[in-house]
Every structure is written in C-alpha cells, then in structure tokens.
Design a protein around this ligand. Structure first.
Ligand SMILES: [Zn+2]
Length: 59
C-alpha cells in the first residue's frame, strides 16, 4: 500500500469524498473524537488536526 495522503484540517469533524479522481467515493462524515487524526476508510487519506496558532505567552 502506498502511504496515505495527509490532509491538514482545523476541526475534528470533517467530511471526505475522496477528492475526486480514482479514489473518489460518496461523501462521508468523520469525527476524530479525542484523537488528533483519522483515516478515511474509503480512500485511506489521513486527516490530521492542524494545531491552532500559538497563543503568545507572556515573557
Ligand atoms: Zn475519503
């Protein structure tokens, strides 16, 4: 198997339709729950939660 493509997302709940092409599939919704990534069971792409902008901490 080829390595799964990683896609950065900003929310734990995402939808995937395979992005078109050979790996496209009916749109489904995925929820990471308490994880920070989830693999789409249809196309194998991995959705990774993107870290938000760093909060500037006081010096
Ligand atoms: Zn997919």
């Amino acid at each position: 198997m080829k390595p799964a493509e990683e896609i950065e997302v900003s929310a734990r709940e995402i939808s995937c339709d395979g992005g078109g092409g050979a790996s496209s599939h009916p749109r489904i919704f995925l929820n990471m729950g308490d994880k920070e990534f989830i693999d789409c069971p249809y196309c194998g792409r991995r959705f990774v939660l993107k870290e938000g902008p760093d909060v500037a901490t006081a010096h």
